[in-house]
Design a protein around this ligand. Structure first.
Ligand code: SAM
Length: 277
């Protein structure tokens, strides 16, 4: 399983080139794309065969036969790491199930490239891959992440980016921080972080942002540190308001006045309630 460049051909690894050099068979998603890559490095693979989603199962049997004959088989997708939103997983599964060795030759992947330059600090991330193409299903998918304490990395097609951003605004709010990473490692590489509402306006107003290859990262909702105590002025303000107002309203007002966490103020207001009654 050999990773290939996602734009800049210089990103092929030394190990990747060596593996191409010794391969008896190269299984490629599109033999023309991989043929170009090999040509640019002056490599003439013994055999270049097609392995795509629709023939992955049947090709897996063929690959197993080759491996049993001690042939070296390399699998690649058009760009990036095989099996990451690309063919390869079924092949790896079948080969390993046959008791043979599957070996990763790591390298470029759009998800990792985007994350590495994002500057997002959430401690964990979910890689979702492509969002559903239809709005209804997409919105249901997005709704799961309304309070996600991790960031979510999505691949997106350029002709769907505007609709997807629109659904993000509707489901996650215009303030949700996003990062758009477009054409990574290529001439028009663009990385931009802004709120979902601003991002939608930007993409709407500039057709160039609806071209090329896109990774969209939905940032995490900042985690509320439960151990962090409410500041004394917030507690005092809440006590005064809670003596006069309904619990929810007191918590809301105290949060607006002091900037403290509304949920914590509400919980505290609830705990104060019996004392007032
Ligand atoms: N296996 C690949 C990988 O490891 O990155 C991903 C393959 S997936 C079929 C293709 C999608 O990856 C594109 O639609 C885009 O969302 C993302 N992608 C690939 N190359 C990219 C690039 N240079 N810049 C931004 N996104 C890219």
């Amino acid at each position: 399983m050999l990773a290939t460049p996602i734009g800049n051909l210089a990103d092929i690894t030394a190990r990747g080139l060596a593996a191409f050099g010794v391969a008896d068979v190269v299984c490629a998603e599109d033999t023309r794309v991989t043929g170009q890559l090999l040509k640019s490095y002056g490599i003439h693979a013994t055999r270049l065969v097609s392995l795509r989603e629709h023939n992955e199962r049947s090709m897996a049997e063929q690959v197993i036969n080759w491996l049993r004959e001690d042939q070296i088989v390399v699998q690649v997708s058009d760009a990036g790491t095989p099996a990451v939103s690309d063919p390869g997983a079924r092949l790896a599964q079948a080969v390993r199930a046959a008791g043979l060795r599957v070996c990763p030759i790591p390298g470029p992947s759009a998800v990792i490239a985007a994350l590495s330059a994002s500057g997002l600090t959430a401690p964990s991330f979910l890689f979702h891959g492509f969002l559903p193409p239809k709005s209804g299903e997409r919105r249901r998918t997005l709704a799961q992440w309304s309070a996600a304490p991790y960031c979510v990395v999505c691949y997106e097609a350029p002709h769907r980016i505007e609709d997807s951003l629109s659904d993000i605004v509707a489901e996650l709010g215009a303030d949700r921080p996003l990062l758009l990473a477009r054409e990574l490692t290529k001439t028009f590489e663009t990385l931009r972080a802004q709120s979902a509402g601003e991002m939608l306006e930007w993409v709407r107003s500039d057709a160039n942002q609806r071209r090329g290859e896109i990774v969209l990262i939905i940032d995490a909702v900042p985690r509320v540190d439960d151990d962090e105590a409410l500041p004394p002025d917030a507690v005092k303000t809440l006590e005064i308001l809670a003596a006069e107002l309904p619990t929810r309203q007191a918590a809301q007002l105290a949060a607006r006045i002091t900037g403290a966490n509304k949920k914590k103020l509400y919980d505290l207001a609830l705990s104060l309630k019996p004392e007032r009654e």
